[in-house]
Design a protein around this ligand. Structure first.
Ligand code: UFG
Length: 335
């Protein structure tokens, strides 16, 4: 399959590109390198530097490489930034996304797998979270992802766009080659590992949540498991595969949570990192961060039933261990 991966120089995108490339697919990366890293793109995979939101660029890239399916990983994805600058998130995630869909429609590309987020659920009333629960985002980031999900839905209805929408929970870990290198970093595991490596203090945002140890519980999924799910999803958008619709006619997105179905508290994450790194990590309790739900755990049943996907690396020790090993290669510091 000839696949275009937008955001293929980013964290999730780059590890997925490795997996698709190893599976023998012809992969092309489109990334504007605003947050991605050139060196994250595996050798032998063409990198087109540009924006999926630019109509001329997307049309040219789809046609030149005779793309059959798009994996849309590129996006703005920082919750705090989305609240301070919603215009940027509507411009990139919504307007840019529609430009991508238009490029696909006019170029006759009818298959998409989209990286959405558990942030579409907002403050869910219960866990585990199933895909049919209401989507009421509480931040602009989640809202723009939800809006684009709906765009895909209506393109499927009217134009037969075949799609899989993945709602990611907390992605963690690394491949041997690629890992998480955001600037600024806001995510717990890379910050815990930075504290372990440098001896700085980690602030845990609140310890008065309704959980056994008072800190938030999140569902972590290994980025390599996530990458494998994308491979399975791209296969499911084949025109002959009824999981994403009839061969011709109206299609409905296959929406799946991607999580491991288990949760770890922030304190448990710190403890696991201490064991992996063999050091004591200094922590202090700070105020709650705005908008953090007590517990977010996915039901991963649908991805298992329909795609046959199950996490293979779901121990927090393995996720943190791989992130630590990758950090020690020094790649993230040079990024
Ligand atoms: N945390 C700390 N200290 C830090 C950083 C994080 O205590 O320095 C805590 C957070 O308060 C939270 C937990 O660690 O309780 C996890 O926080 P992350 O920022 O790592 O991840 P989130 O659960 O906030 O966000 C993730 C994705 C988002 C997505 C969301 C959906 O990164 O993109 O899940 O639920 F929107």
């Amino acid at each position: 399959m000839r696949v275009l991966v937008t955001g293929g120089a980013g964290y999730v995108g780059s590890v997925t590109v490795e997996t698709l490339h190893e599976a023998g697919h012809d992969v092309v990366v489109l990334d504007d390198l605003s947050t991605g890293h050139r060196q994250a793109v595996v050798e032998g995979v063409p990198l087109e530097v540009g924006s999926y939101g630019d109509p001329a660029t997307i049309s040219r890239v789809l046609a030149t490489h005779r793309i059959e399916a798009v994996l849309h990983c590129a996006a703005k994805s920082q919750v705090a930034e989305s609240m301070a600058d919603p215009a940027k998130y509507y411009r990139e995630n919504v307007a840019g996304g529609v430009a991508l869909l238009e490029g696909m429609r006019t170029g006759g590309v009818k298959r998409i797998v989209f990286s959405s987020t558990a942030a579409v659920y907002g403050m869910p009333e219960r866990t585990p979270i199933t895909e049919d629960m209401p989507t009421i985002p509480i931040n602009t980031y989640g809202e723009t992802k939800r809006t684009f999900e709906q765009g895909i839905r209506w393109y499927g209805h009217a134009y037969g766009l075949r799609s899989v929408i993945f709602r990611y929970f907390n992605v963690a870990g690394a491949s041997e080659r690629n890992g998480e290198a955001h600037d600024p970093e806001t995510h717990l595991i890379p910050k815990v590992l930075a504290a372990a490596a440098t001896g700085t203090e980690l602030t845990i945002f609140g310890d008065d949540f309704a959980t056994p140890d008072g800190t938030c519980i999140r569902d972590y999924i290994h980025v390599r498991d996530l990458a494998r799910a994308h491979l399975m999803a791209l296969e499911a958008t084949d025109p002959g595969d009824t999981r994403t619709g009839p061969r011709d006619g109206r299609c409905v997105p296959l929406v799946c949570n991607l999580g491991s179905g288990a949760g770890y508290s922030n304190r448990e994450v710190v403890r696991a990192a201490e064991q992996v790194a063999g050091v004591t990590i200094a922590t202090r309790i700070g105020p709650r961060r705005e908008g953090d739900p007590d517990i977010l755990i996915a039901s991963a049943a649908r991805a298992a039933e329909i795609l046959g996907w199950r996490p293979e690396h779901d121990s927090i020790a393995e996720m943190i261990g791989s992130a630590w090993a990758w950090r020690k290669t020094g790649w993230g510091d040079k990024a």
